[in-house]
Design a protein around this ligand. Structure first.
Ligand SMILES: Nc1nc2c(ncn2[C@@H]2O[C@H](COP(=O)(O)OP(=O)(O)OP(=O)(O)O)[C@@H](O)[C@H]2O)c(=O)[nH]1
Length: 369
């Protein structure tokens, strides 16, 4: 018995593919639970109304039975099609019809109207806030009309204007509270998602320059390497480093040094194509990932950037800014570390040979000034 309850509970909480955020997950659990309970209760009541009650009401039994069928269908549909919205809609519609018939038939009998408070709670928690509100207002209107017509007639217990107002004002209050609750949940979730995107942004981009940080670059390199291995497509990388950057810091101060890094990053970012990525590799060293690019094109890209940088006037600096570049291309059988090492060696050579130049790993003819 306990293991059955445990299994059921686990099934209730199990996530599925339709979920894309925490509110959806909450809805899925509630929809499963409410549909399950509703289908069982309606089946139970239809049985009671048919076979047990002294004055069996066949109409109520039929309504209960149809409601049970609809919710059971919604539950099965949820399991197979995994559309939470659809299941919630079918379930809420059948509950709406059930509750309206209940108010109409039960009238003011034995405090039974207390059950009506459940409808807005269910409608607003398992549907989207907007749709839940529409369902709740429909129910409120129907209940108001039926109970208003009952004034002076529902006298199994006094049903006067005061009773009418108590029921309908209480229902309106519940709808309002639940609606505000759901709106607050939506807003809180949006706030949480915004904070998460800010955190994600911070964890993937360099705080100073705003371009990709080393972590993001490593992920992108892994992906590109995978792709090149699988589809035999070329890809190249470029490591580049500001020439004599220490002198800039020493002459103008760190603040100007930082601004220079920012401006340079922006300049390169605006120069490259959308499919290419520039990242901060560390300090004043940068990296370019060039998908679908062989060594010849890689050289041309680096050369173009080198020229643009050396021709750009950085207004904080008296002299022009230059960078040295090392290019390498992915070769079958070489690791990612080796690819980076090759670009690093090429960059080292560019520095050694006088700076402000592009050097290509393993291709002497490109080592131009
Ligand atoms: N302002 C600033 N300076 C940085 C930052 N990161 C690294 N640096 C500085 O960059 C300088 C790098 O110096 P070096 O490695 O000697 O290289 P370099 O002076 O550029 O000389 P070469 O690379 O040989 O042309 C150091 O002075 C670091 O302090 C940063 O985020 N901001």
């Amino acid at each position: 018995m306990f293991s059955f309850i445990k299994d059921y509970y686990q099934h209730l909480l199990a996530p599925n593919e339709a979920i894309n955020d925490s509110k959806e997950y909450r809805r899925l659990i509630l929809v499963r639970f409410i549909l399950g309970v509703t289908a069982s209760l309606l089946l139970f009541f239809s049985f009671i109304h048919t076979f047990v009650l002294v004055e069996p009401s066949k109409v109520v039994a039929l309504i209960d039975f149809l409601g049970a069928l609809a919710t059971a269908f919604a539950l099965i549909n949820l399991k197979t099609v995994q559309k939470i919205d659809q299941a919630a809609f079918i379930g809420t519609t059948s509950l709406l019809l059930f509750f309206i018939s209940f108010v109409y038939l039960n009238q003011n009998d034995s405090f039974g109207l207390i059950w009506t408070i459940f409808f807005p709670i269910i409608a607003l928690t398992i549907n989207t806030t907007h749709r839940g509100l529409i369902f709740s207002l429909l129910f409120l209107i129907a209940t108001s009309v039926i109970s208003f017509q009952g004034i002076g007639e529902w006298q199994n217990g006094i049903w006067d204007l005061k009773s009418f107002l108590r029921l309908n004002v209480a229902l309106s209050m519940i709808i309002l509270i639940m609606y505000i609750h759901e709106v607050a949940m939506d807003k809180a979730q949006k706030y949480e998602q915004d904070s998460l995107s800010v955190l994600e942004e911070l964890s993937l981009n360099d705080a100073l320059t705003g371009i990709a940080n080393r972590r993001r670059i490593n992920n992108l390199l892994d992906n590109e390497y995978e792709r090149a291995q699988r589809y035999q497509t070329p890809f190249s990388i470029v490591l580049f480093d500001i020439d004599h950057f220490k002198k800039i810091n020493d002459t103008y101060g760190h603040l100007v040094g930082d601004n220079t890094l920012k401006k340079l990053s922006k300049l390169v970012n605006e120069t490259i194509r959308k499919t290419e990525i520039v990242g901060r590799w560390g300090g004043e060293e940068f990296i370019l990932i060039l998908p679908e690019t062989n060594i010849n094109s890689g050289f041309l890209v680096a050369e173009k950037i080198r020229k643009i940088i050396s021709k750009t006037k950085f207004k904080d600096l008296r002299d022009s800014l230059t960078c040295s570049f090392g290019v390498s291309e992915y070769q079958q059988g070489f690791s990612l570390d080796e690819l980076i090492e090759q670009a690093d060696q090429a960059l080292y050579k560019a520095k050694e040979n006088g700076r402000n130049m592009v050097t290509v790993y393993g291709h002497k003819e490109y080592n131009v000034e």
